[in-house]
Design a protein around this ligand. Structure first.
Ligand code: GLY
Ligand code: MN
Ligand code: MN
Length: 492
């Protein structure tokens, strides 16, 4: 929508309403002069919409506990966690905003430009304060003359309302740069989200110490709490519905392209959640052998396999990460089924290895072993299997690791140390994917021609429980027969 009446370019409302804005000339825009009468008129006649009855957000108790853990890890230090800022897409349009996961995890809020600061108390512990942009001032014209004015961007949560929702003291974010510049004592900041915050702290922080903060917050998220588990379960359920939507319109995709699938799933993600948790991979035919196929502009042909790697992200930013490989016309060919069954068997072995107390590496090793066995059995690799595994020869076709932690990021907890993640031990509450695959590139001369262009992955989201695991994405069929039966029910 184009600006019509005026130039909403007043920062913080300093620009007096009623005077023509000289910046209009610089921008070469034709903007009607604002009369004193109009400026006066715009100040009055607005109802009090303050909400005084707000209950805390469902995760408020969890965010308090997470902040307490953070406080205990860095006693006596000021800790700064920004939400991040809008990023320009082009000219005056921005990318959709997604709050920094560290900020959302510790506050429950997702507002751009927000900052959480944990201030050390002399008596020990920290005082946490959430800094947000207040509601627009009507008196100084900010409401309708500023680009951040609520007339343009919509009503904001007031600072008092935010306090009720998030269970924290809330203050004006415009005070943060001065506050940080004046701060004494040790400070750490979560980097790469807010250049203004980092500039204000430039002479007070070091990369090494800030990295320790980032690592701690990543490791804190390794074990999910009840709120997070419910979010991930919901993400998987919505994702299953999105996959069903796709099968129902496969005829449309056949008439158009992989884009129809991407768009169909995106509709589900936006209606039930916030977004997709990562760029959907809608890979038909040989595109399935490209691990990060996100162009999604190819044809969808009967007889081909369709690899779909897609996840709904919930409104609280938890994402599913699910892959199914489907025969476009609903029936696997014998060779497709042979390869599919091998990947399925590998996934079963991987899932069985997801147990509390097991090493994180175990499920990958279990799945790789099955795939190596199959490749030897089919004559594509020379045995014995032990030799193949020692030399990693199966990796020409298995290509990637068998899974990763899942949560607010699809590749969650990425800053965790090796000893707590890849060399660590599975614990109840961890959530991870198990996603083996086999990929025969279309130009791979080392395999018989009929294998070339086949790419298969099956990916599910597993919660480690006290006595084993729970498959959060079990709402979608996995075995070849079940997939065919499910498609027969849904195909148009
Ligand atoms: N969709 C990204 C992954 O499976 O890791
Ligand atoms: Mn995936
Ligand atoms: Mn994955």
């Amino acid at each position: 929508m184009a600006e019509e009446q005026t130039t909403p370019d007043v920062d913080g409302g300093e620009q007096p309403a009623g005077e023509p804005d000289e910046r209009e000339d610089r921008k070469n825009k034709v903007t009607p002069r604002i009369s004193d009468e109009l400026a006066e008129n715009m100040k009055r006649g607005w109802a009090d919409t303050e909400r005084r009855d707000l209950a805390p957000v469902p995760q408020a108790a969890h965010t308090a506990r997470r902040r307490a853990a953070l406080s205990a890890r860095f006693p006596g230090e000021r800790l700064v966690v920004p939400a991040g800022r809008l990023k320009t897409r082009s000219n005056d349009t921005d990318y959709p905003f997604r709050a920094a996961v560290e900020y959302a995890y510790l506050t429950g809020d997702q507002t751009e430009d927000g900052v959480l600061i944990l201030e050390p108390r002399d008596s020990g512990g920290h005082e946490a304060t959430l800094y947000l942009l207040p509601r627009s001032d009507r008196e100084n014209g900010e409401f309708w003359l500023s680009g951040q004015g609520e007339l343009w961007v919509g009503r904001r949560t007031s600072l008092t309302e935010a306090g009720l929702l998030y269970g924290l003291p809330v203050a004006d974010v415009r005070t943060v740069p001065d506050l940080l510049r004046a701060a004494k004592g040790p400070v750490r900041v979560v980097r790469s989200y807010d250049t203004e915050v980092e500039a204000a702290l430039a002479d007070k922080v070091t990369g090494e110490r800030d990295e320790e903060l980032r690592v701690f917050l990543s490791e804190l998220r390794l074990v999910k709490d009840d709120f997070e588990i419910a979010q991930l379960a919901h993400a998987c359920e919505a994702t299953a519905r999105g996959f069903e939507d796709v099968v129902r319109v496969l005829d449309k995709a056949r008439e158009t392209s992989e884009r129809y699938i991407e768009g169909t799933f995106f509709l589900r993600a936006r209606v039930e959640g916030n977004d997709v948790g990562y760029g959907s991979i809608c890979a038909s035919g040989p595109h399935a052998t490209t691990l990060h196929w996100v162009r999604n502009d190819g044809p969808v042909r009967p007889g081909d396999l369709l690899l779909l790697d897609m996840g709904v992200e919930t409104t609280e930013l938890y994402t599913a990460d699910v892959t199914r490989t489907l025969p476009v016309d609903g029936r696997f060919t014998p060779l497709q089924r042979k390869v599919y069954d091998a990947v399925f068997e590998a996934q079963e072995a991987g899932i069985a290895a997801v147990q509390p107390g097991a090493k994180y590496r175990d499920f990958h090793a279990a799945a790789q072993r099955v795939l190596a066995e199959k490749l030897v059995e089919w004559g594509l690799l020379e045995g014995p299997v032990e030799r193949v595994l020692d030399l990693g020869l199966q990796r020409r076709w298995t290509l990637h690791g068998t899974g990763h932690m899942l949560g607010m990021d699809v590749h969650d907890c990425a800053a965790a140390r090796r000893e707590t993640y890849v060399e660590g031990t599975l614990e109840p509450g961890m959530c991870l994917t198990v996603e083996p695959g086999l990929y025969f590139q279309p130009d791979d001369l080392t395999v018989p021609e009929e294998y070339r262009g086949i790419g298969i992955r099956i990916e599910d989201d597993l919660l480690v429980t006290e006595d084993g695991n729970r498959n959060l994405s079990a709402g979608l069929p996995r075995g070849a027969d079940d997939v065919e039966a499910w498609m027969a029910r849904l195909l148009p």
